[in-house]
Design a protein around this ligand. Sequence first.
Ligand code: SAM
Length: 281
Amino acid sequence: MSAQLFVVATPIGHLDDMTFRAIEILKSVALVAAEDTRQSAQLFKYYNIATPLTACHDHNESNKIDQLIQRLKSGENIALISDAGTPLISDPGFKLVRAAQENQIRVVPVPGACAAIAALSAVGLPSDRFSFEGFLPSKSSQRLLQLEKLKDETQTLIFYEAPHRILDCVTDMMHIFGEDRPVGFAREITKTFETIKKMTLKELVSFIQNDHHQQKGEIVLIVGGNPVNKDVDQDQLDQLLLRLLQDLSVKAASQLAADLTGIKKKIAYQRALELTQNQES
Ligand code: SAM
């Protein structure tokens, strides 16, 4: 008989941010696989959870999987937790979840805290479309390359960053995204020194430089998407392209539309092709 693997979110700071269901499940399963058993022991003590813990982290996940899958196959329910927040979100667990799936074991999410979503819900930047980017590379040269790739992204961007790199990271962002790009800074969410602010990248660099406390603790950065394309909707683009296509080739019309609106040439070209084909059919 196959049992279930529960993927359980735990608090990102304030211990009371556990759901009733999460507590019940952690109490009822046979075993809890935790990123750091000492860290989770504190949570277990707070909620009187006596379930045995076993370590499952980045360095032993591959070896541990076989044991955990065998126990699941023998009918024991297991829960997976990380040190904070939702497992698999910049945390271990992906290999175990994939192995469970491959072994036809049902994987059950038990939702709760996640720093990225908590930050996004409070910083006041568009939340209709966003891209979770996790941690940027620690080396500045690689970080700059990665930021360059994201420069034209119109969705809101969410990053995790370590406190000792925050100033370098925000400075690199300012150089690539520009001084005026809006940014949300969410530090120590749900903890005593919680700081949630929205400003421009230039302002954030000075804010962090002038107050060293802001270079401590846990931080989420939320960067507004590239605003260049934001004002062009599909109807406007279509109207512009249709007018340009009366006098120009698809290539020339899409190039001009891209120059005028700031949208990517590839997107304008694809749409110009579609419009031309619609007209012909
Ligand atoms: N799995 C976690 C989640 O669901 O958010 C993320 C774990 S990741 C290893 C740790 C990073 O998450 C930190 O470096 C920080 O960027 C962010 N983070 C976690 N807790 C936070 C908090 N209370 N306030 C701000 N950021 C936090």
